[in-house]
Design a protein around this ligand. Structure first.
Ligand SMILES: [Zn+2]
Length: 342
């Protein structure tokens, strides 16, 4: 069995509001409860998170934004900053701990203390741009982790895969003109934040290092595996990442009412085997999952466990055996570029 490092911490549950929001502590509460029931202590290494410092946060966010967050987090109205992204006194400490927890996992992977990592954290991060929080996101955990890896270990090629049903607009913005961090986002087209067209490919030095795969609202496992699997093959061969970070959102699940896509829990295990294969081929297996969205507690739990199961198995299943479906069949004669171009 592999050594899986997990970050979870009750302090992530302190970021909350009295009113209901899809992004609430029950998401993680449910997950943590089942974690204790399903995984025995020898299955994983629990890693205690640390706070991200101001300097670390400013590797992807402006000091003005950080100041704005401080001001709004002590106001009476938790929605004074943004209509979705609530801020309370406990929000910034939780957000610092979310980013810092991801740094701890990345460090342990780089030090070969653990084989893989999964940050079971909140608030999520992939919508947070350099100067603005939105879509429940305060600090961009995955972007900050990529910058932590660059600064601490001098890495020059980091690949971020984002399969949350929403476009990774914040992550894209941070690295849009950067050729050291490649951002690949697969997401449902026409949804919040209404960016992530296939034509958005990066600029200046970063041109070609942003890849967007907007998908049809009703796409399910086979289409996702086909599109993401084929893209990954080319990306990994050409870019040869030194580390693969996954913005792991589970809201494209069929039971998640926030989206129309139809992934099942098993799919998240399948894509994890594929990602393990690519990580093994390019970067000695360096693969870290960071939780983004996923708003149905039951499907979130099932899907996260499908990922963990795939990470824990000693051997990964080679994609050939996973029967990646043939594109022509899947799209029933329609040209794929109706949905996606690269
Ligand atoms: Zn999402």
């Amino acid at each position: 069995m592999n050594n899986l490092g997990l970050v979870f911490d009750n302090r992530y549950l302190h970021h909350t509001i009295p009113q209901s929001s899809p992004e609430n502590p029950n998401r993680l509460r449910h997950l943590y409860m089942h974690l204790q029931q399903k995984l025995t202590q020898d299955c994983f290494t629990h890693i205690t998170p640390r706070d991200a410092t101001d300097a670390e946060i400013q590797s992807a966010h402006s000091s003005f934004y950080l100041e704005q967050l401080r001001e709004h987090s002590i106001k009476d109205d938790p929605y004074s900053y943004d209509k979705d992204t609530y801020l309370m006194e406990e929000s910034l400490p939780a957000a610092r701990l979310a980013a810092g927890g991801c740094f701890c996992l990345a460090d342990r992977i780089m030090e070969n203390d653990i084989d893989y990592g999964f940050g079971l954290i909140r608030p999520p991060g992939h919508h947070a741009t350099p100067g603005r929080g939105m879509g429940f996101c305060i600090f961009n955990n995955v972007a900050l982790t990529a910058n932590h890896l660059r600064k601490t270990y001098g890495l020059k090629r980091i690949l971020i895969i984002d399969f949350d049903v929403h476009h990774a607009n914040g992550t894209q913005d941070v690295f849009y003109d950067d050729k050291e961090v490649m951002v690949l986002s697969i997401h449902q087209k026409g949804m919040f934040p209404f960016t992530g067209l296939a034509e958005e490919v990066g600029e200046k030095e970063g041109k070609g290092y942003t890849i967007n795969i907007p998908v049809h609202p009703q796409f399910a496992n086979a289409e996702y595996t086909c599109l993401l699997g084929k893209t990954l093959q080319g990306v990994v061969e050409q870019f040869m990442p030194q580390f693969i970070l996954v913005s792991a959102g589970f809201d494209a699940h069929i039971d998640d009412s926030i989206s129309g896509t139809n992934l099942t829990s098993d799919w998240f295990g399948t894509i994890t085997h594929i990602l393990r294969k690519h990580a093994a081929d390019s970067c000695d297996g360096k693969l870290l999952y960071i939780l983004e969205g996923g708003y149905n507690p039951v499907s979130l739990e099932e899907s996260v466990f499908a990922v963990m199961d795939a990470l824990l198995q000693k051997n990964f299943i080679r994609p050939g055996i996973l029967s990646v479906p043939r594109a022509e069949k899947l799209f029933n004669g329609h040209p794929m570029r109706d949905y996606w171009t690269i």
